[in-house]
Design a protein around this ligand. Structure first.
Ligand code: ATP
Ligand code: PRP
Ligand code: MG
Length: 214
Protein backbone atom coordinates (compact mmCIF):
# COMPACT_ATOMS: atom_id res chain seq x y z
CA UNK A 1 0.00 0.00 0.00
CA UNK A 2 1.23 3.50 -0.77
CA UNK A 3 1.21 6.30 1.79
CA UNK A 4 -0.65 9.44 0.73
CA UNK A 5 1.40 12.63 0.88
CA UNK A 6 -0.02 16.12 0.65
CA UNK A 7 2.18 19.09 -0.19
CA UNK A 8 0.73 22.55 0.55
CA UNK A 9 1.99 25.48 -1.47
CA UNK A 10 0.81 28.84 -2.74
CA UNK A 11 0.11 30.32 -6.13
CA UNK A 12 2.41 33.11 -7.27
CA UNK A 13 6.17 32.89 -6.89
CA UNK A 14 6.27 29.69 -4.86
CA UNK A 15 4.32 27.75 -7.45
CA UNK A 16 6.06 29.39 -10.42
CA UNK A 17 9.54 28.62 -9.07
CA UNK A 18 8.46 25.46 -7.26
CA UNK A 19 7.00 23.66 -10.28
CA UNK A 20 10.35 23.32 -12.10
CA UNK A 21 11.89 22.10 -8.84
CA UNK A 22 9.13 19.52 -8.30
CA UNK A 23 9.54 18.49 -11.93
CA UNK A 24 13.27 17.87 -11.35
CA UNK A 25 12.26 15.77 -8.33
CA UNK A 26 9.98 13.74 -10.62
CA UNK A 27 6.68 15.27 -9.46
CA UNK A 28 4.37 16.69 -12.15
CA UNK A 29 0.81 17.87 -11.53
CA UNK A 30 -1.62 16.24 -13.95
CA UNK A 31 -3.10 19.64 -14.83
CA UNK A 32 -1.57 23.11 -14.93
CA UNK A 33 -1.89 24.54 -11.40
CA UNK A 34 -1.26 28.06 -12.70
CA UNK A 35 -4.50 27.79 -14.69
CA UNK A 36 -6.64 25.31 -12.77
CA UNK A 37 -9.20 26.49 -10.22
CA UNK A 38 -8.88 23.18 -8.36
CA UNK A 39 -7.41 23.39 -4.87
CA UNK A 40 -6.23 19.78 -4.66
CA UNK A 41 -4.24 18.57 -7.64
CA UNK A 42 -3.22 15.05 -8.55
CA UNK A 43 0.30 14.41 -9.74
CA UNK A 44 1.99 11.73 -11.83
CA UNK A 45 2.76 9.99 -8.51
CA UNK A 46 -0.51 8.48 -7.28
CA UNK A 47 0.42 9.03 -3.62
CA UNK A 48 1.42 12.70 -3.99
CA UNK A 49 -1.11 15.55 -4.13
CA UNK A 50 -0.59 19.30 -4.21
CA UNK A 51 -2.83 21.53 -2.09
CA UNK A 52 -3.00 25.12 -3.31
CA UNK A 53 -3.53 27.71 -0.56
CA UNK A 54 -2.54 31.28 0.41
CA UNK A 55 1.14 31.69 1.25
CA UNK A 56 0.54 32.73 4.86
CA UNK A 57 -1.73 29.70 5.46
CA UNK A 58 0.89 27.06 4.60
CA UNK A 59 2.34 26.74 8.15
CA UNK A 60 -1.18 26.37 9.59
CA UNK A 61 -2.09 23.51 7.24
CA UNK A 62 1.18 21.74 8.03
CA UNK A 63 1.03 22.30 11.80
CA UNK A 64 -2.44 20.77 12.00
CA UNK A 65 -1.60 17.89 9.67
CA UNK A 66 -3.98 19.04 6.92
CA UNK A 67 -0.86 18.78 4.77
CA UNK A 68 2.15 16.54 5.46
CA UNK A 69 4.56 18.90 3.77
CA UNK A 70 4.51 22.56 2.83
CA UNK A 71 6.55 25.02 0.84
CA UNK A 72 6.70 28.40 2.52
CA UNK A 73 8.88 31.50 2.46
CA UNK A 74 11.19 32.01 5.42
CA UNK A 75 9.40 35.36 5.92
CA UNK A 76 6.13 33.50 6.46
CA UNK A 77 7.81 30.95 8.77
CA UNK A 78 9.50 33.66 10.84
CA UNK A 79 6.13 35.34 11.30
CA UNK A 80 4.30 32.11 12.23
CA UNK A 81 4.19 31.30 15.91
CA UNK A 82 2.84 27.76 15.88
CA UNK A 83 4.79 24.58 16.57
CA UNK A 84 4.64 20.99 15.34
CA UNK A 85 6.45 22.09 12.22
CA UNK A 86 9.90 21.03 11.03
CA UNK A 87 11.97 23.09 8.62
CA UNK A 88 13.51 20.30 6.56
CA UNK A 89 15.16 21.79 3.53
CA UNK A 90 16.10 25.14 2.04
CA UNK A 91 14.66 24.93 -1.47
CA UNK A 92 16.59 28.03 -2.54
CA UNK A 93 13.70 29.39 -4.59
CA UNK A 94 11.81 32.70 -4.21
CA UNK A 95 14.97 34.28 -2.86
CA UNK A 96 14.97 37.83 -1.59
CA UNK A 97 15.82 39.75 1.57
CA UNK A 98 13.81 41.34 4.34
CA UNK A 99 14.86 44.94 4.77
CA UNK A 100 14.08 48.17 6.53
CA UNK A 101 13.55 50.87 3.91
CA UNK A 102 12.83 54.58 4.03
CA UNK A 103 12.60 57.60 1.72
CA UNK A 104 15.85 58.11 -0.18
CA UNK A 105 16.19 61.66 1.11
CA UNK A 106 16.13 60.34 4.68
CA UNK A 107 18.34 57.29 3.99
CA UNK A 108 21.26 59.39 2.79
CA UNK A 109 21.72 60.88 6.29
CA UNK A 110 20.16 58.16 8.46
CA UNK A 111 22.21 55.95 10.77
CA UNK A 112 20.50 52.78 12.10
CA UNK A 113 22.75 53.00 15.19
CA UNK A 114 21.03 56.24 16.20
CA UNK A 115 17.48 54.85 16.09
CA UNK A 116 15.52 54.99 19.35
CA UNK A 117 11.88 54.88 18.25
CA UNK A 118 10.49 53.99 14.82
CA UNK A 119 7.11 54.16 13.14
CA UNK A 120 7.05 51.23 10.74
CA UNK A 121 4.47 49.90 8.31
CA UNK A 122 4.76 46.19 7.55
CA UNK A 123 3.01 42.92 6.96
CA UNK A 124 5.63 41.28 9.25
CA UNK A 125 4.53 42.63 12.63
CA UNK A 126 6.03 39.97 14.90
CA UNK A 127 9.33 39.68 13.03
CA UNK A 128 9.71 43.46 13.02
CA UNK A 129 8.91 43.71 16.72
CA UNK A 130 11.36 40.93 17.55
CA UNK A 131 14.14 42.38 15.41
CA UNK A 132 13.98 45.84 16.98
CA UNK A 133 13.26 44.64 20.52
CA UNK A 134 16.53 42.67 20.37
CA UNK A 135 18.31 45.93 19.61
CA UNK A 136 16.45 47.87 22.31
CA UNK A 137 14.60 50.02 19.78
CA UNK A 138 10.94 50.86 20.39
CA UNK A 139 8.54 50.50 17.47
CA UNK A 140 5.09 51.75 16.60
CA UNK A 141 3.99 49.20 14.04
CA UNK A 142 1.23 49.70 11.50
CA UNK A 143 -0.03 46.40 10.11
CA UNK A 144 -0.58 46.32 6.35
CA UNK A 145 -1.38 43.45 3.99
CA UNK A 146 0.65 44.63 0.98
CA UNK A 147 1.96 47.63 -0.96
CA UNK A 148 4.06 48.66 2.03
CA UNK A 149 6.12 50.95 -0.24
CA UNK A 150 3.19 53.36 -0.33
CA UNK A 151 3.13 54.03 3.43
CA UNK A 152 6.05 56.53 3.68
CA UNK A 153 4.83 58.35 0.55
CA UNK A 154 1.50 59.21 2.15
CA UNK A 155 2.74 59.83 5.68
CA UNK A 156 1.42 56.60 7.16
CA UNK A 157 4.86 55.65 8.49
CA UNK A 158 8.47 56.82 8.36
CA UNK A 159 9.82 53.43 7.42
CA UNK A 160 8.74 50.04 6.17
CA UNK A 161 9.86 46.46 6.64
CA UNK A 162 9.35 44.53 3.42
CA UNK A 163 10.91 42.06 1.00
CA UNK A 164 13.34 43.31 -1.62
CA UNK A 165 14.65 41.42 -4.61
CA UNK A 166 15.68 43.57 -7.58
CA UNK A 167 15.04 46.79 -5.65
CA UNK A 168 12.82 48.03 -8.48
CA UNK A 169 9.75 48.56 -6.29
CA UNK A 170 11.72 50.60 -3.75
CA UNK A 171 13.37 52.64 -6.48
CA UNK A 172 10.10 53.33 -8.29
CA UNK A 173 8.74 54.79 -5.07
CA UNK A 174 11.75 56.85 -4.03
CA UNK A 175 12.77 54.52 -1.20
CA UNK A 176 16.14 53.03 -0.24
CA UNK A 177 17.26 50.04 1.84
CA UNK A 178 18.71 51.06 5.17
CA UNK A 179 18.98 47.86 7.24
CA UNK A 180 19.08 44.13 6.50
CA UNK A 181 16.90 41.89 8.67
CA UNK A 182 17.15 38.45 7.03
CA UNK A 183 17.90 36.57 3.84
CA UNK A 184 14.76 34.86 2.58
CA UNK A 185 14.08 31.75 0.52
CA UNK A 186 11.38 29.10 0.45
CA UNK A 187 11.72 26.08 2.74
CA UNK A 188 10.22 22.63 2.74
CA UNK A 189 8.43 22.14 6.06
CA UNK A 190 6.90 18.97 7.48
CA UNK A 191 4.24 18.07 10.00
CA UNK A 192 5.78 16.48 13.10
CA UNK A 193 3.32 13.56 13.27
CA UNK A 194 3.73 12.84 9.54
CA UNK A 195 7.49 12.68 10.09
CA UNK A 196 6.90 9.71 12.40
CA UNK A 197 3.88 8.04 10.78
CA UNK A 198 4.98 8.46 7.16
CA UNK A 199 8.71 8.34 7.72
CA UNK A 200 9.63 6.15 4.75
CA UNK A 201 7.47 7.90 2.16
CA UNK A 202 8.54 11.33 3.38
CA UNK A 203 12.19 10.42 3.43
CA UNK A 204 12.18 9.30 -0.17
CA UNK A 205 10.34 12.46 -1.30
CA UNK A 206 12.68 14.72 0.68
CA UNK A 207 15.69 12.92 -0.83
CA UNK A 208 14.39 13.57 -4.32
CA UNK A 209 13.82 17.22 -3.52
CA UNK A 210 17.26 17.48 -1.94
CA UNK A 211 18.80 16.23 -5.16
CA UNK A 212 16.61 18.56 -7.22
CA UNK A 213 17.87 21.54 -5.19
CA UNK A 214 21.49 20.49 -5.59
P1 ATP B 1 -0.46 37.02 -1.07
O1 ATP B 1 -0.58 37.43 -2.52
O2 ATP B 1 -1.31 35.89 -0.68
O3 ATP B 1 -0.48 38.17 -0.11
P2 ATP B 1 2.37 36.88 -1.19
O4 ATP B 1 2.48 38.29 -1.61
O5 ATP B 1 3.16 36.48 0.03
O6 ATP B 1 0.93 36.36 -0.91
P3 ATP B 1 4.05 35.97 -3.29
O7 ATP B 1 4.33 37.37 -3.70
O8 ATP B 1 3.84 34.93 -4.34
O9 ATP B 1 2.77 35.90 -2.38
O10 ATP B 1 5.24 35.56 -2.34
C1 ATP B 1 5.41 34.23 -1.86
C2 ATP B 1 6.76 34.14 -1.19
O11 ATP B 1 7.77 34.46 -2.14
C3 ATP B 1 6.97 35.13 -0.05
O12 ATP B 1 6.51 34.59 1.18
C4 ATP B 1 8.47 35.33 -0.07
O13 ATP B 1 9.10 34.29 0.64
C5 ATP B 1 8.81 35.22 -1.55
N1 ATP B 1 8.85 36.54 -2.24
C6 ATP B 1 7.98 37.56 -2.11
N2 ATP B 1 8.32 38.60 -2.88
C7 ATP B 1 9.44 38.24 -3.54
C8 ATP B 1 10.28 38.87 -4.49
N3 ATP B 1 10.04 40.09 -4.92
N4 ATP B 1 11.33 38.18 -4.98
C9 ATP B 1 11.59 36.93 -4.57
N5 ATP B 1 10.84 36.28 -3.63
C10 ATP B 1 9.78 36.91 -3.13
C1 PRP C 1 7.05 41.83 -3.39
C2 PRP C 1 7.50 42.64 -2.19
C3 PRP C 1 7.98 43.94 -2.80
C4 PRP C 1 8.51 43.49 -4.15
C5 PRP C 1 10.00 43.49 -4.12
O1 PRP C 1 5.80 42.27 -3.79
O2 PRP C 1 6.45 42.81 -1.25
O3 PRP C 1 6.93 44.86 -2.96
O4 PRP C 1 8.05 42.14 -4.37
O5 PRP C 1 10.55 43.01 -5.32
P1 PRP C 1 11.59 43.89 -6.16
O6 PRP C 1 12.67 44.32 -5.18
O7 PRP C 1 12.12 42.94 -7.19
O8 PRP C 1 10.87 45.04 -6.74
P2 PRP C 1 4.91 41.44 -4.85
O9 PRP C 1 5.42 41.63 -6.23
O10 PRP C 1 4.85 40.03 -4.37
O11 PRP C 1 3.52 42.13 -4.71
P3 PRP C 1 2.36 41.87 -3.63
O12 PRP C 1 2.84 40.82 -2.66
O13 PRP C 1 2.16 43.21 -2.97
O14 PRP C 1 1.22 41.43 -4.44
MG1 MG D 1 3.92 39.19 -2.86
Amino acid sequence: MTTALNIALSKGRILEEGLPLLERAGIRPTENPLKSRKLILDTNLPEVKLTIIRAADVPTYVQFGAADLGIAGKDVLMEYEGDGLYELLDLKIARCRMMVAEPKSLASRDDPDSWTRLRIATKYVKTTQRHFAAKGIQTDIIKLYGSMELAPLVGLSDRIVDLVDTGNTLKANGLAEVEHIADISAWLVANRASMKMKQQALKSLVNRLEQAVA
